[in-house]
Design a protein around this ligand. Sequence first.
Ligand code: ZN
Ligand code: ZN
Length: 346
Amino acid sequence: MRTTVGWQAAGPAALRRTSLERRDLRPDDIAVQVDYCGVCHSDLHALHAYDQYTDAPLVPGHEFTGVVAGIGSEVTTFSVGDRVAVGNIVDSCGVCAMCEAGQENFCHSFPTLTYGGTDRQDGAITLGGYSREYVVRDAFVYPLPSGLDPAAAAPLMCAGVTVWEPLRSLGAGPGSRVAVAGLGGLGHLAVKMAVALGATTTVISRTQDKHDDARKLGAHDLIVSTDPRQMAAARDTFDVVIDTISAPHDLAPYLKLVAMDGTLSLLGYLGPVTVEAMDLLIGRKKLSSAGSGGRLATAEMLRFCADNNIAADIEVLPSSQVDTALDRLRRNDVRYRFVLDMSDLD
Ligand SMILES: [Zn+2]
Ligand SMILES: [Zn+2]
């Protein structure tokens, strides 16, 4: 076994620095020195639900960048020292219809998650990127394009690809009208990507406060969701509404904004929802969702971001301040993503 250091759950919402074991490299494995790891809402949920007495060990973190520190005997596409990125899935069955279609994120036997997943070969529980080293199959490692800052690129690997896939599959581009509800980790990247894809892009926010931020991100307009007149005026005007609001909320006002044959894509809140069929019937509207990304889309997204100078707006903290990052994320006190600098684990 290889040993490294990381931040492991020690009770609900508590992490402690500890040494961790990583598997010896298999022929197709890569050891990644983790330099930067984003702090995702999923990490917060996982930690909140964690019970140290009954649950398997938990090390969060599933959007990280770093450099290759070692390669297995059959790895040909990466060399030691290469800049790389890893996201929230680290393996899949490779043979089901979804994997065949390049949508490993929808694998019929469920993709192996970067943390809290079960390794397909040895059955070990995967431990995430809040650590100095991660061992991962080469197929789920992505070259980090040279134009991308490694810290600001880390959130692209979960938040970024989660908004990229629906934007692409729903045809966001020149001539299309995209609205983004919720301006957090997911939302701010959705705005940047939609703008770069050529879509006319509008932010939907509860207050006017985010107006300047929306403009800085490149958005063309902002609609205040609590203003009935603005919402009425925007009825049926968006081909795509990307809903990144993480709390349960009424979808009806957002469905009303969707244009005929357009789609509301629900990305932030993934629990049960209630919809009036009439809100879909009138205008033949569609309700959809998405999460994570396949290998092809992930690689494509990284290239697009490098070409268009897109990365997350981040606040970097040393990993020893992970509690601060989680606490402030819980209060939505971040514009727009925390990234942990793992070098303090050496
Ligand atoms: Zn995530
Ligand atoms: Zn599969």
